[in-house]
Design a protein around this ligand. Structure first.
Ligand SMILES: [Zn+2]
Ligand SMILES: [Zn+2]
Length: 448
């Protein structure tokens, strides 16, 4: 009996303690606060504008998909499906996954909505969150935002090239220097021959025992991934490994050469990297990654990447449809902009702040605010504040060019004060002429 009372007391104490401590966000998750949205606005607008310039149309797909979709696209042996994906069984017993990458959902949408009946290619642009259970100690987020472009129904190497060009432009226009790592991993046919040679190589005496535990499994499940292991021992071993470009069939080789020729033509800096395979099952032919230019450590983190996936749509139950795409991680882009202190363009809008003194003038000022706003003037206010000083401080904080001040005297006289926020000079003007006066002054600024 006493024991129970004590237990309850302990529990109560525990609950109170928890309430006091409150809640913290989940590991690997991040809040984006007000100031950071300046960066987000910049990057998201750049992404959207570029996509539209190159005739990509926006699409959204749900955060939840069938677990099987990712198993059949990203691949059962991929890190994404094996280690990182959040998956669960819902209340109806359905196996679901929270989106760990964007491409499979878009391929599903392409098939489900019969987009193969529309004129090809279908060019999609996508922007949204992905969730992966990454190791937080490496500073990686478990929820991150990706900008994705995909082209469905286009076999030409021009499509691969255009994607790389757009990705490159995205970074260049944000003043981030990047270079491209590129490789071709061939098609189903030519890869078969290569993989058997690769296995021969790794099975030679003494090599297998030197591999890391993950690679020992990869040898059985997904030998291509031996090439992109980040363990030092495995990197040493692979130096002598056969290179896939030597095994490409004529079609794959010609395709690859064309992509490189276009890149040369437009002076896009790239390195051939014969070990680049990109860890997902669905890639064929071209694969590429975008790396920060100044960073040449072997553990450099890529800012984005993509490639061709000519077999994906068919593997998911659609008609054979050549396709390619890329994704860029926006958190990393923003981190780079901050690291390099790239100046954000200042908000060049000319705000007009409306301040008031006293209840009556507040009512009139609210009406004036609406009138000017509808008239296309960029107005700001702080009508909940009573003191003029506090309102002028707010106007300064916002960077307003002019403040209109409406007090009791002005109410009686049918006038309003206009204050130049930089010089502090105030003029009295006729209330009825206010819109004209303001427009004249704002035009004066933009004409300089
Ligand atoms: Zn081939
Ligand atoms: Zn390894």
């Amino acid at each position: 009996m006493f024991k129970n009372i004590k237990k309850n007391k302990d529990k109560k104490f525990h609950d109170i303690n928890r309430k006091r401590r409150g809640f913290k966000r989940i590991r690997g998750m991040k809040d984006i606060l007000f100031d950071e949205y300046r960066y987000w606005d910049l990057v998201v607008n750049k992404a959207g504008n570029l996509a539209k310039t190159y005739s990509f149309k926006q699409i959204s797909t749900p955060l939840l998909e069938n677990l099987e979709l990712y198993k059949r696209s990203s691949g059962k042996s991929s890190d994404i499906v094996n280690k990182e994906m959040y998956s669960f069984i819902d209340k109806n017993g359905e196996k679901l996954a929270i989106r760990p990458e964007a491409t499979p959902g878009m391929a599903r949408a392409y098939i489900e909505h019969g987009m193969f009946n529309l004129p090809q290619p279908i060019k999609m642009f996508w922007l949204g969150p992905l969730l992966r259970h990454e190791k937080p100690q490496s500073g990686r987020l478990r929820q991150h935002t990706q900008f994705d472009l995909e082209i469905f129904g286009e076999a030409s190497p021009v499509a691969d090239f255009m994607l790389i060009l757009i990705a490159f432009n995205f970074f260049r226009e944000l003043q981030i220097n990047v270079h491209i790592q590129i490789n071709s991993i061939g098609c189903r046919e030519c890869r078969k021959e290569y993989i058997s040679r690769l296995l021969e190589f790794y099975r030679e005496r003494g090599k297998r025992s030197k591999l890391c535990p993950d690679c020992k499994k990869r040898i059985i499940k997904n030998p291509l991934r031996l090439l992109d292991c980040k363990e030092e021992k495995c990197i040493e071993l692979r130096a002598e490994a056969p290179q896939i470009v030597d095994f490409l069939c004529d079609e794959c080789r010609n395709h690859f050469i064309k992509v490189l020729e276009y890149l040369d033509e437009l002076d896009i800096p790239y390195n051939l990297n014969s070990f680049l395979v990109r860890g997902l099952d669905y890639y064929t032919k071209t694969v590429f990654e975008i790396l920060p230019a100044e960073d040449d450590s072997s553990r450099q983190s890529s800012l984005g990447g993509g490639g061709r996936f000519d077999e994906l749509v068919e593997n998911l139950g659609g008609r054979p449809t050549p396709a390619c795409g890329f994704g860029i991680g926006l958190e990393r882009v923003i981190l780079k902009i901050k690291e390099k202190n790239i100046p954000l363009k200042r908000d060049e809008e000319n705000y007009v702040f409306i301040a008031q003194l006293g209840d009556q003038s507040r009512r009139k000022a609210i009406g004036l605010f609406e009138e000017l706003r509808r008239g296309g003037i960029n107005v700001r206010q702080s009508f909940t504040k009573d003191s003029l000083k506090a309102q002028l401080e707010e106007a300064n904080r916002l960077g307003a060019k002019f403040t209109l001040i409406l007090g009791q005297k002005e109410m009686i006289d049918g006038t309003i004060l206009i204050r130049d926020m930089e010089s502090g000079i105030q003029e009295v003007i006729d209330y009825k002429k206010i819109k004209n006066e303001i427009e004249k002054k704002l035009n004066g600024i933009t004409n300089h």
